[in-house]
Every structure is written in structure tokens, then in C-alpha cells.
Design a binder for this molecule. Structure first.
Ligand code: URA
Length: 249
């Protein structure tokens, strides 16, 4: 190892010992993006969290009535509107602060989410966490949910009638939280939030609107795990989300 790399490695170890497990980087190399996709520990995960917290002019949104959100959750837990209620183990309603600046919307729970009742906890969720952190959004500060609250058997695609049955829950979540921005991950979420039928490649890279709320669209992290060459583009989407939340895009 060269002297510079040795020094860098020591610096990173020291940061970790001091409780810093992420770094802010302004650029991400292909190697770093691949490491991110592979979920390697120590991969260069940019972290603008503290910078974001200190950004002037980003006053926290007024807290949504958490109890109202709890009432919507109770409705979802008891829901039998579509066939998915028969095969689900748990209803994965969503989690995060009711005052979150960002609501992340995925497609539907997978096997691990169905077991745990929490959204994005599997390998795709780990990558999502890292990409969020790279833009200064620690997972615990965003609200994460899905278009469908129940797992489609075998992770098949959501059916239009299932999306329609579940839509009121998502609409109420968005209305109550009133985030500064929505992040749609994957085609189903993007099409549901933006109301267009184009694929992700067409929809990403610009800011859409759902009513007055800006919507940023990105690849589904499960797709990124299969196509790591797209992680860099996804990282750019998360930076766009940062700019939107900061009022810069
Ligand atoms: N994929 C999703 O779209 N949502 C989850 O919660 C997990 C995997």
C-alpha cells in the first residue's frame, strides 16, 4: 500500500472509531458506485446529513398529526379491499417521522418486509439506505412506504385493481405528511405518483409534480443490485432530490 493510501486508510479508521461511518463525497467513481451496489462495508458513502441539517433556510416542516397517520394505519391493517389480504402475513404500512421532509415510495413489500412488517428491510433496502445517506437523508429522517401495503404472492407485479384499492392509503400518507419532496423508486411508484406510463429511463433526471409536491424518480434498488452500472445515475437522482429539498432545483 502506498504511503498516501496508508494515510487515507488510517484516517478512515479513525473517523469510524469516532463514530463517523460515512463520508461526504462530491463525486462518486464507478468503483465506488459498484462497491455501494455490492453493499461493501467502508464503501464511500457520501454523507451530507450534517451539512443538510445546518443548511440555512430549511426550516423543518410543521409536524403532521401523527395520530391521524395512526388512524390511517389502523385502516390499512384491517383492510380486505383486494385479494392480497388473503396471502399477506403482515401489512407493511410504512415508517418514519410524520414530519419527514421526504416520502420515499416503493412498489410493494417483498418477503422480508411481509415477515417483518417494515418497508425496504431486505438487500434492496440496504442499498436504498446508502443512497439516501449519500444525499444527506438518514433513513430515520425520511418516511418510507410503498404503493401496495401487502405483498403480491411471489413478488409478482402489482395489478391495476390492487393499486387502485390501495391508492387511498398512499394518498392520505402523502397528504398528512405533506413532504417537501417525493421520491418514487421503480416504475410502478413513478407511474402511480406522476400519472405517466413511460419507463424509468424516460422519467428520471427531471423534477415532476404531484399537485404542489415535487417528485423525483429513480431506479428501484432491486434493479440496481442486478444492474450496478446504473448506480451512478441513481446517485445523481438522489443528489437531485437533495437539491429539490434544499430549494435549489
Ligand atoms: N421493494 C419495494 O418496492 N418495497 C419494499 O418495501 C421492499 C422491496
Amino acid at each position: 500500500m502506498s504511503a498516501v493510501r496508508e494515510l487515507l486508510a488510517r484516517y478512515l479508521r479513525q473517523r469510524r472509531e469516532l463514530g463517523e461511518d460515512s463520508l461526504f463525497l462530491e463525486t462518486l467513481t464507478r468503483g465506488e458506485a459498484l462497491a455501494l451496489a455490492a453493499g461493501r462495508r467502508g464503501a464511500a458513502v457520501p454523507d451530507a446529513a450534517r451539512a443538510a441539517a445546518a443548511t440555512p433556510g430549511t426550516a423543518p416542516a410543521p409536524a403532521a398529526p401523527a395520530s391521524a397517520l395512526e388512524r390511517v394505519r389502523a385502516g390499512a391493517l384491517a383492510c380486505t379491499r383486494c385479494r392480497l389480504h388473503a396471502s399477506r402475513r403482515t401489512v407493511v404500512f410504512g415508517e418514519g417521522p410524520a414530519s419527514a421532509e421526504v416520502v420515499v415510495v416503493g412498489e410493494a413489500p417483498g418477503a422480508e418486509e411481509d415477515r417483518s412488517g417494515r418497508p425496504f428491510v431486505g438487500p434492496a433496502g440496504k442499498l436504498l439506505d446508502r443512497l439516501l445517506a449519500s444525499a444527506g437523508f438518514p433513513r430515520e429522517r425520511v418516511y418510507i412506504c410503498n404503493v401496495l401495503k401487502c405483498r403480491p404472492p411471489g413478488n409478482r407485479d402489482p395489478q391495476p385493481d390492487e393499486i387502485a384499492s390501495c391508492a387511498p392509503f398512499l394518498e392520505q400518507q402523502i397528504e398528512l405528511i405533506a413532504p417537501r419532496a417525493l421520491l418514487a423508486v421503480g416504475a410502478f411508484a413513478a407511474q402511480t405518483l406522476v400519472g405517466e406510463t413511460h419507463g424509468i429511463t424516460t422519467l428520471r433526471g427531471r423534477v415532476h409534480r404531484r399537485g404542489s409536491i415535487p417528485v423525483v424518480v429513480t431506479y428501484h434498488p432491486a434493479y440496481l443490485l442486478r444492474s450496478p452500472e446504473r448506480v451512478r445515475a441513481a446517485w445523481q437522482d438522489f443528489q437531485l432530490l437533495r437539491q429539490v429539498v434544499d430549494g435549489e432545483a
